[in-house]
Design a protein around this ligand. Sequence first.
Ligand SMILES: NC(=O)c1ccc[n+]([C@@H]2O[C@H](COP(=O)([O-])OP(=O)(O)OC[C@H]3O[C@@H](n4cnc5c(N)ncnc54)[C@H](OP(=O)(O)O)[C@@H]3O)[C@@H](O)[C@H]2O)c1
Length: 451
Amino acid sequence: MEETQNSQFDIIILGASGFTGKYVVKEALKFQNSPSSPLKTLALAGRNRTKLTETLQWAAHPSLPPPSIAIITADTTDLPSLHRLCGQAKVILNCVGPFRLLGEPVVAACANSGCDYLDICGEPEFMERMEAKYHEKAVETGSLVISACGFDSVPAELGLMFNSRQWIAQAVPNQVEAYLSLESEKRIVGNFGTYESAVLGVANAKKLLELRRSRPKRARPVIPGPPPKGPTLEHQKKIGLWAVKLPSADSVVVRRTLSILTENPHGLPGVNESPEQIENREAFWSTVKPAYFGVKIGTKSLFGIFRIITVGMLMGLFSGFSLGRWLLLKFPSVFSLGWFKKKGPSEDEVKSASFKMWFVGHGFSDSSLASQGNVKPDLEIITRVMGPEIGYLTTPIILVQCALILLSQRDNLPKGGVFPPGIVFGPTDLQQRLQENGISFDVVSKSALKA
Ligand SMILES: NC(=O)c1ccc[n+]([C@@H]2O[C@H](COP(=O)([O-])OP(=O)(O)OC[C@H]3O[C@@H](n4cnc5c(N)ncnc54)[C@H](OP(=O)(O)O)[C@@H]3O)[C@@H](O)[C@H]2O)c1
C-alpha cells in the first residue's frame, strides 16, 4: 500500500475508518475484481493512515494479509487534499459525518471537479442546502451528487415506489404510511453517528424552514383525494404495531423526489441513453403514482412506544440550545434510554438485528371516486421492505449498489446535478440488486376497505 498521486480509482471511500465506513469497505471488497463487477480499483481515504490500514485489515479478513488497496490521506478541512481525491476518483463515497458540519467541502470539491458523489447522510437541511448551492455547478461539470444513499432514505424511496406501482389500471393511492420496526435477538445499540445527526437535525429544522422560504416553491404532485388526517399515536392492527410519527429524513427526501417527478413526468434523461432505455425509463415513471407519504416508528408493545416518545421529547427539549446539545452528545446512553452509545454495537449485535418497513397504502379502486368529494378510500395495499441491521449492514449494501450502478450504467443517468436517490435510481435495477443482496420487497395484502 502506498500513497498514490495519479492513479485512477473507480471508487474512493472517504471516512473509511469510521464505524459505518469500515462496513462500507467490507461490502465494497465483496465486489472488487469479480469478473462481472465494474469495480476494479478501490481506495480508502481519511485523515489517519494507521486507522485506515487497520480498517482494511479488519474488512478484508482478520487473519489474512490485507489486499493491496491504496490508502490516501485526506481531511475535509484541507481543500487541496479533497481536490486531489476528486482528480483520482470516478465516484467518492462519503462516510464522514455529521454532514452538516463536515460535508459541504466534499460536495463542493466534487461539484466543481465533475467527480460523482454519493453519501449516507440523513440530514435534510444539509441535503437541501447542497442542492440550493451546488446543483447548477454540478449540472455544468457533470458531477452527479446524491445524498441519502443508505438506510436513510433508499428503503423509503424505493418502498414507496414499489407500493405505488401496485395500484394498477384505474386504482390510485391517496396516502402511503411507512411503519418502521427495528428488531433484534440481542439488545442492540444504534449508530452513534445517526444519533448525533438526529440531535443536530432537530436543531437544524429552523434553518431548513428559512432555506425553503428563501427559494422558489417546488412543484407539488397532484394526488387524488384530500390530504389524510390521522392520529399521532396509533395501534396499527393489520401489522400488529403501536406507532408514532417519526420526524425522519425519509419523508423530506421522498417529497423532493415527487416534486422533481412532477416537474419531469418522464423522469430525468440520461446523459447518453439508448432509445430502448428512454422507453424503459418513461414506462417506469408512468407506473409510479404519487401519494401523501409519512413515516411512523412502531413497536409491538405500548410500553415500547412510550419509551420512543420519551426519547423524542428529551431530544426535542434539549437540542434547541447549545448546552442541551452538549449534554445529549456527552451522555447519549442516558438521554436515549440506552439505545445509543458512543462505542456502537458489537459485531454479534449487528448480525442479530434487522428491520421491517411496512407501507400501508390507502386509496381508491377507481380514480374517478376521488373527485366525488367526501368519498373515503375503498382500497388498501400493504407492502413491506425487510433487511438486516440498518446502520452497518443495510446502509453499506445500499451505498455500494448505488456506486456499482454509477460505474456500470452512467450513460443512463443524468449528466450531473444534486438529486435525491429515488429520482435517479428509481428506473434502474437498484431494487433488484438490493433483493439479490438481502433486502426484500413483498406485497403483503390487497383488500377492500369498509365504507
Ligand atoms: N443514512 C443512514 O442510514 C446512516 C447510517 C449510518 C451512518 N450514517 C451517518 O454516517 C455518518 C458517519 O457515522 P459513523 O457512525 O460512521 O461515524 P464515525 O464512526 O464517527 O466516523 C466518522 C468518520 O469520519 C472521519 N472524519 C471525521 N472528521 C473528518 C475530517 N475532518 N476529515 C476527514 N475525515 C473525517 C473519521 O475519521 P477518524 O477515524 O480519523 O476519526 C471517521 O472515519 C454520520 O453522519 C451518520 O449519521 C447514516
